[in-house]
Design a protein around this ligand. Sequence first.
Ligand SMILES: *Cc1c(COP(=O)(O)O)cnc(C)c1O
Length: 379
Amino acid sequence: MTETAVIPFNRAFVTGAEQAYLAQAMTCGALEGDGPFTRRANALVAELVGASAALLTTSCTHALEMSALLLDLAPGDEVIMPSFTFVSTATAFALRGAVPVFADCRPDTLNLDERRVEAAITARTRAIVVMHYAGVACEMDVIAAIADRYGLVVVEDNAHGLCARYHGRPLGSFGAMATQSFHATKNVQCGEGGALVLNTPALVERAEIVREKGTNRSQFFRGMVDKYRWVELGSSYLPSDLLAAFLVAQLEAIDDIQVRRHRIWAAYDERLAGWAARRGVRRPVVPAGRDHPAHLYYLLLPGLADRQAFLRHLGERGVQAAFHYQPLHAAPGGLRYGRVAPGGCPVTEDVADRLVRLPLFASMTEEELHRIVEAVVSY
Ligand SMILES: *Cc1c(COP(=O)(O)O)cnc(C)c1O
């Protein structure tokens, strides 16, 4: 690698144990879903999150779609969610004919602002979907209390939050359901993959049915019914056992992955502190009682022009940084299928213009880290 090789935003981490597990899955020959590796992955995810059960899915997007099916949403039902999130948080519910109601985020954590939730509730509201941005927990005590008061279901889009905690309790264990992503850009990955986490034992059986094309095939394989039939709405949401084999290797190495990622996150936060203070750049805020999972490291530049100039500056120095999220409430799909909560989303619109994410992956070398820090502080 030359001095000027571009440092990518993400380099999917491979532990080295994946090949042996893939070979084992191929030798055993059961490449369809719900084989031995899928069962191992399900158990590892459930244990990490402290959940009743977890079911591997083809993506976090599909796990969100499963949660929407399990909520039995009717057209016109409303689901409150942040505008500052990935598009799948919204599409999963819009696909059921439900209306995403987009609320603003907090200026500090960029999470759904719990103070905006109550004003967004109507007679049609069925659920609150939270997304723990960067794996820093939302104000779950307040959100759970509101949900209880109005009889709403909480779903956690926990794509960023595997291994994160809120007052000691794992994220993904708060909602009736939570969704995980094992996309190549996430801490633990198998290229494309996800999981639906179930914290209500009563939902597990139905979730298995939704995931198996709406059939009770899982019960059939356990010998609980003598033939399997179509019983519910569903689709094919289970990944091949090959992907599960790859994922088990990653899940078994999660402690090592997390140590590597935390080292980079902490180095950024320490080495960029002086520069950020001088330039009026805000670093991530992690309030007390939160253990974050070093999923992403972001900076908030003073304005849009500054953010664009900063991205160009990094690009010229071979550092691939990235921005996100385009506010959902103002996107063409958001305007067509959703509506904005009272008060609008001024914070979301503001931070979307100013945010930059730095490269963060477990295989980053000390030299790469040094080059990125130098590129940042020379701006
Ligand atoms: C990555 C991500 C998703 C989608 O995950 P896939 O596994 O790619 O479907 C959903 N929500 C959030 C917040 C994400 O970061």
